[in-house]
Design a protein around this ligand. Structure first.
Ligand code: HEM
Length: 175
């Protein structure tokens, strides 16, 4: 594979950079928190659900702003890796993050309303929360979140692989 010469002085906009890192941090908090909540009792869950939902809605809003910036602000050229397949894969993974984050957030919000979570938080009666088996939106929420975490791992591996092969630190474009 040839050593690439991408222009690393071209950067994403300030807003996109801030949202990228804040979102990354929030996702790395929300995913384990969601998985942890699966296995605890309803009464233990109540406080954590509030935290999870608030942080999740922050991710949702940031993703909507970032989607706007995607079209509105100037973006650096797509990276070239030396492999057409890798170039296309990187672009598709990046695009998939937007779609998945919006879908995960919507499924989470629908779960809150249809799963009795809102009623439980308002009344303080945790038993109003429906069982996971009866909640399709929650199953979709968990499934899409797992796909997103797999893509996140590929995304990080891509950065490392690119650096190993070309010595180009592509993070410069996002910092
Ligand atoms: C966008 C980032 C988010 C990530 C990565 C995420 C991740 C997760 C994961 C992994 C679970 C466990 C799913 C399962 O049981 O299979 C979960 C559960 C849940 N999430 Fe999220 N979530 C996010 C956003 C949201 C939002 C925006 C809301 C609602 C406002 C929300 C509400 C919930 C609820 C109600 C549960 C069920 C908790 C339980 O009863 O065990 N999530 N989340």
């Amino acid at each position: 594979m040839t050593k690439q010469k991408n222009d690393l002085t071209q950067k994403y906009s300030k807003g996109t950079i801030v949202i990228h890192w804040v979102t990354a941090l929030l996702i790395l908090t929300l995913f384990p928190l969601g998985k942890y909540m699966e296995d605890i009792s309803l009464s233990e869950k109540m406080g954590l659900i509030k935290v999870h939902a608030i942080l999740g809605v922050v991710v949702f809003i940031l993703t909507l702003i970032r989607s706007y910036l995607f079209f509105k602000s100037k973006r650096p050229k797509d990276l070239e890796t030396g492999s057409k397949f890798n170039d296309t894969l990187a672009v598709w993974i990046h695009n998939a993050f937007y779609i998945l984050l919006i879908a995960i957030s919507i499924a989470g919000i629908v779960t809150m309303f249809t799963g009795g979570y809102i009623d439980a938080l308002q009344s303080g009666v945790s038993d109003l929360i429906l069982s996971r088996e009866d909640l399709m939106p929650l199953k979709a929420h968990g499934f899409l979140a797992t796909i997103m975490i797999i893509l996140l791992a590929l995304h990080v591996l891509g950065v490392i692989k690119h650096y190993t092969l070309t010595k180009e630190n592509t993070l410069k474009r996002m910092s």
